[in-house]
Design a protein around this ligand. Structure first.
Ligand code: GDP
Ligand code: MG
Length: 736
């Protein structure tokens, strides 16, 4: 008999839901998205009881009033999907704040079990918790657990199973008052309309919650009428605040003595506090963070680990050793320093995929279209995706460790003040920093930002941060002979700096244009430090891995086939072209050259080649240099003037990133947001490139043009920034 039950885990962020979920479900977890929104949906099964319990890890929320996508998802799930039981996970060390959500949950007609989590900390602190009283007063079973130490989990599931077999009538903790009378009247009206959960909906309508007002405009009048006659001393007619206040006062009246804290002398700081004294130090916090992040990036991306070569001129000549370090890459040259773990694994991944491709090539008949499709198309595309995997995984591993240890919450906290000035919150930092390595994990990391607008902003300005794959483009242009005398490293430096300045400018502009001063609030309590759990870290990395492969691989595979097709066929659809000049791609490139003409670099006989190169950059940014090489453009043959060089570089910096990154953005945004993002990337790069070329051409004096141009652009950006900040300050002052 199919008698499986469904239990939903509901609770505040950081209450330990995911930890509990992982402990209960082991490896059965399945991660997907809630339909329509990019909020993780995790499902799994608990199998230790006779009845399998299907578990859903709902997004962490503080309230059932829908403001964020997370709140809407969690609320709708409980109201519409009607789980058999809701397990309300509560951080027992923050009991009163956590119970706020509980008071709302109790209003819904659904069986509830309270999982009083983090009891290991309660015991460790020497505090005392009276779960029996809690259970008696709330009228629902309460089970003490520790998700981290896996204690009490079986009792919890037994209680959940038992509760799921009964029904529970919702009730409210709001005490006898005028508001309660209004709630009862509205509730009767809802009952008349045959609405499920009339009590819950009535209270939300009285709070004038947006969704409720839209759904039942006919009942809003009742509330508005009442408002005219009613005013609270403190909250006037803000019913939402009145109701919230009633909940809190109920909680503090009844539960402040459920948790008895051990008296602590001020002298004894907990270990966590001691660590925080250093980690969140006023002056040292940010430098410390930069050092930590530097090491993370260094271990992931460095070719010369710990600068052994640069500082101490360490070289290795042993052939076997070099082969081990470089994935069989010995080419007769000594090895300059040691590769970082990221590079090391990337080398071996390259060896692996290279061998597979070679293997296929040796098996398959030469010169046929299907050999070309499989080897030059599909496998090469797969290689491009896989080559990122080691670094992406290592980066996520470090991020997961820092996050699970509790450090990341502090970072967001430290940076919040700086970022707030840009209309961003501290959480934006990780995706941005990651963006210098690769936009794919960076865009995926934006998922941690709950506010949609902010998340979209981050995704859109991601291209400002020069990703690793774009570096070869800068290197090529920096070495162009026609720009002789122009310092290559200055060129590259201005590209990176220009990108960062553009990002700042963009963030400030968006803030002023939208007059939107809302920055996602920083209600985040700092969890205690603890040793990272490999189970959590592993689950996190594995989730990202699956996400990366499925999202990026499908898109890359498809696009590779398209590009392969276009560069190997002519319009008569006859294959076997040696000359790419006659391919469909070439004729498209010639068309594109018209589009890019105003940007300068697509002018002249070679214009179409740059256009094609830029377009193939959609597959992977390394492809730009590759395509240019195939089309005969190298340091000697590129005839760029300084302004063309800058225009070309900035176009490549700002424009639509590779398909893998586009795929990642597609995964994080809804359809409309995604199209705006694509359009934004294109327009921004087009405009920037056009302006740089246009201005540069006005005073094109080979060597000096670039320097003067950059000086002017920088001055303009600085001036605009100062102007915007001033105006913004004025705006804030006027509105205070
Ligand atoms: P979620 O946001 O509700 O999914 O919370 P998480 O499962 O991500 O947990 C937040 C933090 O609390 C993590 O650092 C966990 O390791 C930690 N944590 C979770 N459960 C417990 C517990 O029972 N005891 C202790 N000491 N820490 C816990
Ligand atoms: Mg979670």
């Amino acid at each position: 008999m199919e008698n499986k039950i469904t239990a939903a885990l509901l609770g505040n962020p950081n209450s330990g839901k995911t930890t509990l979920f992982n402990s209960l479900t082991g490896l059965t977890a399945h991660v997907g998205n809630w339909p329509g929104v990019t909020v993780d949906k995790k499902e799994g099964v608990y199998k230790k009881l006779d009845t399998p319990i299907h578990l859903i890890d709902l997004p962490g929320i503080y309230s059932l009033s829908p403001y964020t996508p997370e709140e809407i998802v969690s609320r709708n799930y409980i109201l519409d999907e009607k789980p058999d039981v809701v397990i309300n996970v509560i951080d027992a060390t923050n009991l009163e704040r956590n119970l706020y959500l509980t008071t709302q949950l109790l209003e819904i007609n659904v069986p509830v079990v309270l999982a009083l989590n983090m009891t290991d900390l309660i015991i460790k602190n020497g505090d005392k918790l009276d779960a029996k009283t809690l259970s008696k007063r709330l009228g629902v079973p309460v089970v003490e657990i520790s998700a981290l130490k896996s204690t009490g989990l079986d009792e919890l599931m037994e209680a959940a199973l038992k509760a799921s077999k009964q029904t529970r009538q919702g009730y409210t903790v709001i005490e006898e008052s005028d508001i309660l009378h209004l709630i009862h009247d509205v509730q009767i009206a809802f009952k008349g309309k045959g609405v499920d959960n009339p009590l819950f909906h009535a209270i939300k309508l009285v709070e004038l919650d947006k969704i409720e007002v839209e759904m039942h405009p006919d009942l809003v009048n009742m509330v508005e009428e009442f408002k005219k006659t009613f005013k609270d001393d403190t909250f006037q007619d803000d019913f939402e605040a009145i109701v919230a206040d009633k909940r809190y006062s109920y909680i503090s009246k009844n539960y402040s003595n459920v948790l008895i804290k051990e008296e602590k002398t001020n002298k004894v700081l907990s270990k966590s506090d001691k660590i925080d004294r250093v980690m969140t130090h006023k002056i040292w916090a940010i430098p410390l963070f930069i050092v930590i992040m530097f090491f993370v990036f260094h271990l992931t991306f460095a070719e010369d680990l710990f600068f052994l070569n640069r500082l101490f001129h360490v070289e290795f000549t042993n052939e076997v050793f070099i082969n081990i370090c470089t994935g069989m890459g010995y080419d007769g040259e000594p090895l300059a320093g040691l590769p970082s773990p990221g590079i090391f694994l990337q080398n071996w991944m390259g060896f692996l995929t290279g061998s597979v491709i070679d293997g296929f090539r040796s098996f398959m008949p030469e010169g046929t279209w299907y050999t070309s499709l499989v080897c030059d198309g599909l496998l090469t595309g797969l290689d491009a995706v896989l080559s990122f995997v080691p670094q992406v995984m290592i980066l996520f591993f470090f991020i997961a460790v820092l996050e699970d240890s509790g450090y990341m919450s502090r970072v967001a906290f430290i940076l919040d003040r700086v970022f707030r000035k840009l209309g961003l919150s501290g959480k934006a930092f990780i995706p941005m920093l990651t963006g210098f390595g690769c936009s794919v994990p960076a865009i995926m990391a934006s998922r941690t930002i709950e506010d949609r607008k902010e998340r979209n902003k981050i995704i859109r300005l991601m291209t400002c941060f020069s990703c690793g794959a774009k570096a070869p483009i800068w290197a090529l242009i920096a070495g162009v002979g026609a720009l002789a005398g122009f310092a290559g490293d200055t060129f590259v430096f201005t590209i990176y700096l220009g990108g960062i300045l553009a990002a700042i400018l963009y963030a400030l502009l968006m803030r002023v244009i939208s007059k939107d001063d809302y920055v996602s609030p920083f209600i985040m309590e700092l969890p205690l430090y603890h040793r990272p759990q490999m189970k959590n870290v592993g689950a996190y990395v594995w989730e990202k891995f699956k996400h990366y492969l499925t999202k990026a691989a499908t898109i890359i595979a498809a696009s590779t086939i398209v590009i392969w097709f276009l560069s190997n066929f002519n319009w008569n659809l006859s294959l076997g072209l040696v000359d790419i000049e006659d391919s469909i791609l070439a004729s498209l490139g010639k068309g594109l050259a018209y589009l890019y003409y105003p940007l300068g670099w697509a002018q002249g006989d070679d214009g179409w080649k740059y256009s094609v190169a830029v377009i193939t950059g959609l597959i992977a940014k390394e492809q730009v240099v590759d395509s240019m090489a195939v089309l005969g453009l190298n340091e000697e043959t590129i005839m760029f003037t300084a302004s063309q060089a800058y225009a070309f570089a900035f176009y490549n910096l700002f424009t639509i990133p590779c398909f893998a990154a586009v795929g990642a953005a597609f995964g994080e945004q809804n359809r409309k947001e995604f199209w705006i993002t694509l359009l934004w990337w294109f327009l921004m790069s087009y405009a920037a490139s056009g302006i740089i070329f246009g201005v540069g051409r006005l005073f094109e004096i080979a060597l000096w043009a670039g320097i003067v141009l950059m000086a002017v652009v920088l001055a303009l950006i600085v001036a605009a920034t100062i102007y915007v900040i001033r105006r913004h300050k004025k705006y804030v002052l006027e509105n205070e």
